[in-house]
Ligand binder design. Structure first.
Ligand code: ATP
Ligand code: IP8
Length: 250
């Protein structure tokens, strides 16, 4: 079982609200299509995809003052933010379907919630069953009901971390707009074993981002038992083939 996140910054133009990066999304979905269901060694047949928001959720959430901890009880705000994410989800699904990947949507807003402490509960039975039936479930960063807050943002990275545990994933990959975690000299750090070792170079996203950029990503991955990779678009095919492109977080 592989859990792969397509970062919003990799598949959208993060600086222009609700703008797809069509070329990058095509490259990502080409890479997935050539690995999923392929014959021979290393073929991928159990895959869950999660995508982030990029320019399709962060701008909306930011305008409404909604983050992973500060929520909203305004139905219009909720429709706006969730609607932006389902629009992007439709684009991702259609590009995958065009390439014969049996992709189907799973919307976290309808399934997950946070308790009063912000702990996320995400059922995974539907995802596991869909995978067992030959589908590729495609989840996305979204809003979730949050006790005492209305609804707050859940990032794709958080969903990946939850699914990795509940599905006991063998491999976890995060594709972003960078080729991995970069050091001061913009060189890819091959391995990260502790947050302190890289805290100085880890920052937020350069674009509007309500979920914490690279620092939050690394923190979420360090909490997992399994190792995870962070890589750029060019790394997807290698990752799906069993290699460790970019940065390995363990
Ligand atoms: N040390 C670092 N190495 C690499 N990127 C970093 C670093 N520090 C901060 N960043 C920023 O983190 C960004 C990646 O995080 P971001 O949350 O934007 O990624 P994403 O998951 O692809 O997008 P989204 O959150 O929209 O799904 C990079 O584009 C870069 O601007
Ligand atoms: C902003 C929203 C609604 C989702 C963000 O998901 P992410 O891009 O994975 O952080």
């Amino acid at each position: 079982m592989i859990v792969l996140k397509l970062g919003g910054s990799a598949i959208t133009d993060k600086d222009r609200p609700e703008t797809l990066d069509g070329q990058s999304l095509a490259a990502a979905t080409d890479a997935i299509a050539s690995s999923f269901g392929a014959d021979g060694d290393g073929a991928v047949d159990e895959l869950v995809i999660v995508h982030g928001g990029g320019s399709f959720g962060h701008h909306n959430a930011s305008e409404h003052g909604v983050t992973t901890t500060a929520g909203s009880r305004d139905p219009a705000a909720i429709h706006d933010i969730h609607g932006a994410m389902t629009t992007l989800n439709e684009f991702v699904l259609s590009r995958l379907l065009e390439r014969d990947v049996p992709a189907v949507p799973v919307h976290p807003f309808s399934a997950a919630h946070r308790d009063a402490d912000g702990e996320l509960a995400l059922p995974s039975g539907q995802v596991e069953t869909l995978v067992g039936e030959g589908f590729v479930p495609v989840l996305h960063g979204d809003l979730v009901a949050h006790v005492g807050e209305g609804a707050t943002v859940v990032s794709g990275d958080e969903l990946v971390a939850e699914l990795a545990c509940s599905l006991d994933a063998d491999r976890i990959g995060l594709c972003s707009t960078v080729p991995g975690v970069l050091d001061d000299a913009d060189t890819v750090v091959p391995e990260i074993g502790s947050f302190d070792a890289v805290a100085d170079v880890l920052g937020e996203s350069e674009s509007t981002d309500v979920t914490g950029g690279m620092a939050a990503k690394v923190q979420a991955l360090l909490e997992l038992d399994a190792e995870a990779s962070i890589f750029g678009l060019e790394g997807i095919e290698r990752f799906l083939a069993g290699e460790n492109p970019g940065t390995t977080v363990q």
